[in-house]
Design a binder for this molecule. Structure first.
Ligand code: DGJ
Length: 731
């Protein structure tokens, strides 16, 4: 049994994989957190609680047995605001009297077999052969009549607990939720913890940063309307000494694409709190009597064996229990995208030529990027009407599709559905369909405005336009772009006291639209994108099995971007293309081989005109295409091991190992050469007793040799020199 209630002690115990999670209902009705970490046998962990008689920590009103129970010191399960716990809170409701003071006491519980879906929100799901149980704990705020149902799903065979909550207004008056975090984790902080998070910006997404958790509040968040280039909805806490292979690590990832916040608060009395959920800044939700509100899902992964194991658990979960539909298990076509080959300057003949050259080298799909619709000669205009520019595509979309299909290739197309430009029919007819605030100037970032996706008629319009295009041409793929953030986030149809709901309603509207498309076009392959990786989160993975990782395709920068992304996202999700050299974003030159070797560690493709390559490079394309096919299973579904970090070294390495350990792929890149370097790279995750053959050199090694002595890669030299080593079990 994954979940148990120990009646006499009022203790809830969850076992997920090799982890245990324990909480207790106290005599005063508070729900107290007792433990989360490696599996333990005992249930009664109340003894770990210390009662401190500290001044300036309000005692709970009904303290008992002379125990100085203060919610301001004790590890709490779902802390609230304004009634004694001054730390950052998980929940706060503004009730009838206008105060934010909230108090939640235990009411009841249920244990459910399986995992319920979240209303209107993407979430992890169970496959037929997965076992999991869900605990529902109901907490009540007597004063307002608000109930909060806390949900915990414990996966039996993975160290994963997912959490979310549902707020129900059981009172007679409307209330305003102004804080509803999806999870909270309190620690009795006797150890020293580090925070790991992913920061970035456009073309430099998901840079890994690790800092010692400082006193005060560390806030990792977005209020841009999307999960953003700047911070990712991922955070991990780990022992200060934790490495890739050792130490306690707690990783949390929010399945959400909008404004989020993760906060870590360290307080003087050895307490540390982590909360994560919808960003409370610019958020308020009016809940009428009888209504309910569902928070997004937070995925918690515990690893007793370092950061690497945490990542592999996330990867497994996302590949098996988040990614859906046809493209979850079927091999995705290797694609060529025309963006960096032509930008806006293309027509059907040019595209056909690019496709023809590519198909001769084994590429399976042409993706036509931005610029195929009317009024779109550059980064201004056109977005919203989605009418084909027949000066560029003379026989329309279906004509071009047929020409590409005749080459034996699939055809994909770029869209940016959430946006509208001012020179469109759509904007002329519906100026109120964009997010705006009264007569305030409407910000025209990238010459476009954001459609109000919270409105059903806007969703219907977009579904209609997209399906009209999909129904009239043989389109296999959509690159779904999103190139600006939300400003003046107001909606014309919401009353004043609901305007702070717009950010969340927008995200719900986006999910509703994506779900509708997913159901109507089950074979359509969707690739998420937001100026590269500006909306790279698990919620988008639910709809789009792969996401464009970054607009920066420079091999050196990509080592860091992809390495950072790997903290919680699998390679299958991480789109990586070979583009021209020098790189258009950084102007740095690198060899064709290294660009391919780096891109191979993701969802592989090309982004240049292959016709312009010399014969030697064309031969390399053929080799890379072959590698893509040969490596597909190991890279997409195998175990991923980070070996040498590009953030701490001048070279970097990672390896993939197939599920049954009969194959491994090592990727090694010298970022900056040194004088007389010596490179030994020790692989991880192999079977020590198996013998592996280096497919290239024919040399054979036992797994333990490869993992302990390592491979001598000293022959790889020069800035941005690289190699892929393919190892296969000798049977
Ligand atoms: C931003 C994307 O990240 C690029 O790949 C490209 O699709 C452009 N938008 C097109 O405008």
């Amino acid at each position: 049994m994954a979940i148990r209630f120990i009646e006499d002690k009022k203790i809830f115990r969850l076992d997920a994989g090799n982890s245990t999670y324990v909480m207790q209902v106290r005599e005063n009705g508070y729900l107290q957190h007792l433990y989360y970490g490696a599996s333990v046998r005992d249930d009664d962990l109340e003894y770990i609680i210390t009662y401190l008689m500290c001044p300036f920590h309000p005692k709970a009103y009904d303290s008992w047995n002379n125990k100085a129970f203060s919610t301001d010191i004790q590890p709490m399960e779902y802390p609230v605001n304004g009634t004694g716990d001054f730390r950052t809170s998980a929940f706060s409701v503004n009730s009838v009297c206008g105060s934010n003071a909230t108090e939640l006491k235990y009411d009841s519980y249920r244990i459910i077999d399986g995992k319920p879906a979240l209303e209107g929100l993407p979430a992890t799901y169970l496959n037929e052969d997965d076992k999991a149980q869900t605990l529902e704990i109901t907490m009540v705020d007597q004063f307002s009549g608000v109930k909060v149902k806390l949900y915990y799903t414990a996966f039996e065979s993975l160290n994963v607990i997912t959490r979310h909550c549902v707020v129900e207004n059981c009172g007679n008056e409307s209330v305003f939720i102004n804080r509803v975090m999806s999870m909270c984790l309190d620690f009795n902080r006797v150890e020293d913890y580090d925070i790991i998070h992913l920061w970035g910006k456009w073309a430099k997404e998901r840079q890994l940063e690790r800092v010692r958790a400082p006193h005060g509040i560390t806030n990792i968040s977005s209020k841009r309307g999307s999960s953003s280039h700047y911070h990712n909805p991922f955070i991990a806490l780990c022992d200060h000494e934790a490495t890739e292979d050792s130490g306690n690590v707690y990783g949390v990832n929010l399945v959400y694409s909008g404004n989020f916040a993760a906060e870590v608060e360290v307080q003087a009395e050895e307490s540390m709190r982590l909360i994560m959920g919808i960003n409370p800044v610019d958020f308020s939700w009016k809940l009428e009597a009888g209504e309910s509100f569902t928070s997004p899902e937070a995925v918690m992964v515990y690893s007793a064996n370092g950061i690497g194991e945490m990542s592999r658990t996330f990867h497994k979960l996302y590949n098996r229990n988040l990614c859906r539909g046809y493209w979850k298990d079927n091999k995705r076509p290797i694609l060529i995208n025309n963006w960096e080959a032509t930008y806006f300057d293309f027509d059907d003949d040019k595209l056909e030529k690019i496709a023809k050259g590519a198909s001769e080298l084994g590429i399976e799909m042409l993706v036509m990027d931005d610029g195929w619709f009317t009024n779109r000669l550059g980064e201004f205009g056109g977005l919203g009407d989605w009418e084909v520019d027949t000066t560029k595509l003379k026989e329309g979309l279906s004509g071009l599709c047929k020409r590409i299909n005749a080459l034996g290739m699939k055809f994909g197309i770029w869209f940016e559905p959430e946006m509208v430009a001012s020179n469109t029919k759509l904007y002329a007819e519906h100026p109120d369909w964009v997010l705006h605030v009264g007569d305030r100037t409407r910000n025209l970032d990238r010459n476009q405005m954001v459609l109000d996706l919270s409105r059903k008629e806007v969703q219907d319009y977009l579904f209609g336009r997209i399906s009209d295009i999909l129904d009239h041409a043989n389109i296999s793929y959509i690159k779904w772009d999103f190139n600006r953030n939300l400003t003046e986030a107001g909606s014309a149809i919401l009353p004043r006291d609901r305007q702070l709901e717009v950010f969340h309603r927008y995200v719900l509207g986006l999910y509703a639209l994506l779900e509708r498309l997913h159901n109507a076009y089950p074979m359509l392959l969707l690739e998420g994108c937001s100026g590269g990786g500006g909306r790279f989160d698990p919620a988008m993975l639910y709809y789009s099995p792969q996401i464009w990782t970054s607009d920066n395709t420079d091999a050196l920068d990509r080592c860091k971007i992809q390495y950072g992304s790997s903290l919680c996202y699998p390679a299958s999700m991480t789109s990586a293309h070979v583009s021209a050299s020098p790189c258009h974003q950084t102007h740095r030159a690198s060899s064709f081989e290294t660009r391919g070797n780096v891109a191979m560690a993701g969802s592989f493709g090309y982004e240049l005109d292959l016709n312009l390559l010399c014969d030697e490079e064309k031969a390399l394309v053929k080799k890379q295409v072959q590698q893509y096919h040969d490596f597909y299973n190991c890279i997409h579904y195998g175990d991923y091991y980070r070996l040498v970090s590009p953030f701490d070294n001048e070279y970097c390495a990672w390896n993939f190992v197939s599920e049954n350990k009969d194959e491994a792929i090592l990727i090694f890149v010298v970022m900056r050469d040194r004088i007389f370097p010596r490179y030994f790279v020790k692989l991880k995750g192999l079977d020590p007793a198996k013998k592996y053959r280096d497919v290239n050199s024919g040399k054979e090694y036992y797994g333990d040799t490869l993992m302990n002595c390592g491979l001598n890669l000293t022959k790889v030299y020069g800035d941005l020199g690289s190699v892929i080593v393919h190892l296969k079990e000798v049977k």
